[in-house]
Design a protein around this ligand. Structure first.
Ligand code: R5P
Length: 299
């Protein structure tokens, strides 16, 4: 029997390619939000004996996580054979240590919660900085799919003479992978984060790259201050207008407009979080990961 897929709002741009590549059947789900903010979840398709996958991005997790947990528990209670989570964007990965005394290590708490609700989880480029892999905090089988091959294909197809730029040392892992696959040179900048919306980026002279288009690549674009400061620094250093590529398009408040206003020639993201900048589809690779976790062969 085919796996049964329940898709939550926020993944519309990825749900069809994911479902088709997974060979899954769409299940119906209703989430009703009561006036007091509580949620009621109803599965409209029978789950008994089925491998169930719940697809939900976890950007802005507070409103999304409880309905997801209710749906997972309901599926189990109603006899699902297995219940997996497909979270194209995995929240809370950046709080990966106690930066100041008394802070909660949210990534570990969040991982415990999801591990107790699901049998497996597939995601795209989780923010693995101080953790080497998800298995350090998740006790269920997981797969972290890289968006770098899809980003490299986009660059090769759409951007002549690129130079790939990472805004900070953390970005080196995906920037180097993207550049290598796209056959482009790359360099990584130095970032100092002073607060949520206060970021300083050091940019060297750009004479060497005058005939190239800088392509900033980062995993998460949240306030976009990292990209905005990098774009401003590159332009000031004499670079061509940069193209910004982010994996996860969080874009808090006015971030997207501010980034365009800062002088980005184009802003492009993967479809792990629904946004108008989505132009890189990772549904297929995510489905392959889900099939591996289920021990099934690709369709
Ligand atoms: C840093 O750890 C991440 O890789 C991103 O650079 C960061 O999350 C971007 O955040 P913002 O858009 O708020 O500057």
């Amino acid at each position: 029997m085919r796996p049964l897929l329940f898709s939550f709002p926020g993944c519309e741009g990825l749900a069809a390619s994911f479902r088709d590549a997974m060979g899954a059947e769409d299940g119906g789900i209703q989430v009703h939000r009561f006036p007091d903010g509580e949620n009621k979840v109803r599965l409209l398709t029978a789950v008994e004996g089925r491998d169930v996958a719940l697809l939900s991005t976890l950007a802005y997790p507070e409103s999304r996580v409880l309905p997801l947990l209710f749906a997972a528990d309901a599926a189990r209670d109603l006899g699902a054979k297995s219940v997996g989570l497909v979270a194209p964007y995995l929240a809370y990965m950046r709080q990966d240590r106690r930066f100041r005394d008394g802070e909660a290590i949210s990534s570990a708490t969040f991982a415990k919660m999801l591990s107790s609700a699901f049998d497996w989880m597939a995601t795209v480029d989780p923010h693995l900085h101080r953790y080497a892999s998800l298995s350090e905090i998740y006790s269920i089988p997981t797969e972290a799919v890289a968006a770098s091959p899809s980003i490299a294909r986009y660059i090769e197809a759409k951007i002549p003479k690129p130079v790939v730029v990472g805004p900070d040392s953390e970005s080196k892992q995906w920037v180097s992978a993207v550049a290598e696959r796209a056959g482009a040179p790359y360099f990584v900048l130095e970032k100092l984060r002073l607060g949520d919306r206060d970021v300083e980026i050091k940019v060297p002279g750009m004479e060497r790259w005058k005939d190239r288009t800088p392509v900033l690549v980062d995993d998460i674009v949240s306030t976009a201050r990292t990209m905005i400061e990098t774009v401003a620094g590159l332009l000031k250093a004499g670079a061509n207008p940069p193209i910004c590529i982010g994996v996860h398009a969080i874009f808090a408040d006015r971030a997207y407009r501010d980034l365009l206003a800062a002088g980005a020639a184009r802003v492009v993201t993967a479809n792990t979080i629904g946004h108008e900048s989505n132009a890189i589809d990772v549904g297929g690779v995510l489905a392959e990961a889900a099939l591996r976790l289920l021990g099934r062969t690709p369709v």
